[in-house]
Ligand binder design. Structure first.
Ligand code: NAG
Ligand code: NAG
Ligand code: NAG
Ligand code: NAG
Length: 512
């Protein structure tokens, strides 16, 4: 359909799609504001146009309701990707009164990546002009405006927030694009200044050949890095190929995960995912950061809340591989005594949790520090209910080179049989989701020693047992190797390489 004078806001587009000049004036007509009336994207929406009162009315724009703009990113196909339908659905279901507007800048986004990047500025300006008009003519309260941008769309939202008169309520950046934005001044990318509350989900920050698809640096008020922001469960090459049989999906999986996590937060109100503030992902993996004190935790996605005077706050969580993405985090702390001088011990402990509803499988942890309080993170996909019992078992000596060497050395120098004995008297547990703290004591107080092949069972300490931690003289020791998860290293890096090569071509304007 091509027409210059719109009669019906439902059908008309007054643009010349073949006009690809980079001038932002010309860009203005190409950007379409598709206000959704039907959930189904195949059903034409109704188009809003800056300055056109009749369209507002015809589209049933409600100026007192929330207004949610959804902004897509760079596209190779020139079509909305399938996530768009899911996000529109979820937003419309959650906020049935809201004005849900899809900002369609496809023709500008379907270009070489650097050109698409160049257009983010103009598209942002155009959105700002639309919002200014709505403010002037209809007293639209900007605090009711929420811009949701994926990939390049997040930076478009940033520009819109910069140029609008006043401050929009919220911008959500869903894995904001990294190439050409990483490390640039905050005026040229999404930043906390662009809205009253800027929340960002980072899901594909792994670097290959010097770039990452999603921006690595924190750029919002809160910046949430699910699964460390890099390896997303269920996104391994074999996982995705098995699910979709489509190679492009493999490359998009981790980037797009941000959208699916956001959709999940709109749909699954019962069990929200929480993220926890932490200075870096390795500390989070050790379970050190599961606190909600002083706003150190937040819900992720739609129900994230603004925290006073916080900027660029990095937050972490682990997720399941599919919806519902939320799981359960536990911090475990145990002091491992080495009284019998078993210095050759290099234990691999397995931990099994027994809950009111379910038990977990053995969860693997090695790199236990001796005479230290070891802290680690246990993540369960299912709600095991109230934690009743913990079983700690020692699998046997790890077959690491260092422990083999220690064994050989021990056998060589002193012939005494090495059967290391360690002692664990209690395990302190903190549940991230409930913030409940427990202390578990050995079920049989006389059995707190453990050797390879043995186990100790812990139950809740008897009432009156002092839960207060003793003075800390220990450090949080031990590297933790996670059992399972992670996916195949080879396929992950293959996936990254492919994406990097494609990016390289796009950035360097080499026709593919
Ligand atoms: C407009 O939105 C407000 C707030 O959500 C709601 O109370 C009102 O009923 C809506 N008006 C119409 C005509 O839908
Ligand atoms: C962006 O567009 C402007 C013209 O509007 C041009 O001067 C500039 O070189 C472009 N930048 C890139 C990276 O293509
Ligand atoms: C989520 O946020 C909405 C407001 O946006 C609020 O009404 C609702 O109660 C929140 N839900 C939860 C579970 O916090
Ligand atoms: C651990 O502490 C005990 C005393 O409690 C001591 O005998 C032992 O040598 C220490 N072991 C290590 C590895 O520091």
């Amino acid at each position: 359909i091509k027409c210059n004078h719109c009669v019906l806001c439902f059908i008309c587009e007054d643009s010349e799609l073949d006009d690809l000049s980079t001038n932002s004036q010309a860009a203005a007509g190409i950007i379409k504001y598709n206000m959704r009336k039907h959930v189904d994207l195949d059903q034409e929406g109704c188009y809003l146009k800056t300055g056109r009162e009749d369209c507002l009315e015809e589209c049933g724009f409600n100026t007192t309701a929330k207004t949610i703009f959804i902004i897509h990113g760079w596209t190779m196909s020139g079509m909305f990707e399938s996530w768009m339908q899911k996000l529109v659905n979820a937003v419309m279901q959650r906020e049935s009164d809201a004005n849900v507007v899809v900002v369609d800048w496809i023709s500008r986004a379907q270009q070489l990546y650097p050109d698409a990047v160049n257009h983010t500025h103009g598209v942002g300006l155009d959105i700002a002009a639309m919002l200014n008009w709505l403010q002037d003519e209809h007293q639209l309260p900007l605090e009711n405006v929420h811009l949701i941008g994926y990939s390049l769309g997040a930076h478009v939202a940033g520009y819109a927030g910069t140029y609008v008169r006043g401050t929009v309520g919220r911008i959500t950046g869903l894995d904001p694009a990294g190439p050409m934005f990483e490390g640039v001044e905050k005026e040229k990318r999404l930043s906390p200044d662009d809205a009253d509350f800027v929340d960002v989900l980072h899901t594909y920050t792994r670097e290959a050949l010097g770039v990452s698809i999603g921006i690595q640096q924190p750029i919002g008020d809160i910046d949430i890095y699910p699964n460390g922001g890099d390896v997303q469960p269920g996104c391994g090459l074999s996982d995705v190929l098995a699910m979709t049989g489509n190679f492009m999906e493999v490359m998009k999986c981790e980037h797009e995960r941000a959208v699916h996590l956001f959709v999940d937060s709109l749909m699954n109100k019962k069990h929200m995912s929480y993220a926890f503030q932490c200075t870096d992902p390795s500390r989070f993996k050790k379970g050190i950061c599961l606190s909600c004190r002083k706003n150190r935790c937040n819900k992720i996605g739609y129900n994230a809340t603004k925290m006073r005077k916080r900027r660029n706050t990095k937050m972490y969580l682990k997720t399941r591989a599919d919806t519902p993405f939320a799981g359960y985090h536990y911090q475990m702390k145990m002091h491992v005594f080495n009284r019998k001088d078993s210095n050759s011990a290099d234990p691999i402990f397995n931990i099994k949790l027994y809950g009111e509803h379910k038990d977990t499988a053995d969860i693997h942890d090695n790199g236990i520090g001796l005479n230290l309080t070891n802290t680690f993170l246990v993540f369960t996909e299912q709600d095991i209910g109230d934690l009743l019992k913990i079983r700690l078992s020692w699998e046997g000596e790890s077959d690491s080179w260092s422990s083999m060497w220690k064994n050989i050395r021990n056998k060589f120098w002193n012939n005494k049989p090495s059967n290391p004995i360690l002692e664990v008297r209690r395990i302190r547990v903190k549940a991230g989701e409930t913030q409940k703290k427990y202390a578990f004591c050995a079920q049989d107080p006389s059995r707190t020693e453990i050797s390879p092949g043995e186990h100790i069972t812990f139950v809740k300490c008897p009432d009156g047992w002092d839960v207060k931690p003793r003075k800390r003289y220990e450090t949080c020791g031990g590297k933790i190797r996670r059992g399972g998860g992670g996916g195949g290293g080879v396929s992950e890096s293959l996936n990254d390489m492919l994406y990097a090569v494609i990016l390289f071509f796009l950035i360097n304007r080499v026709p593919m």
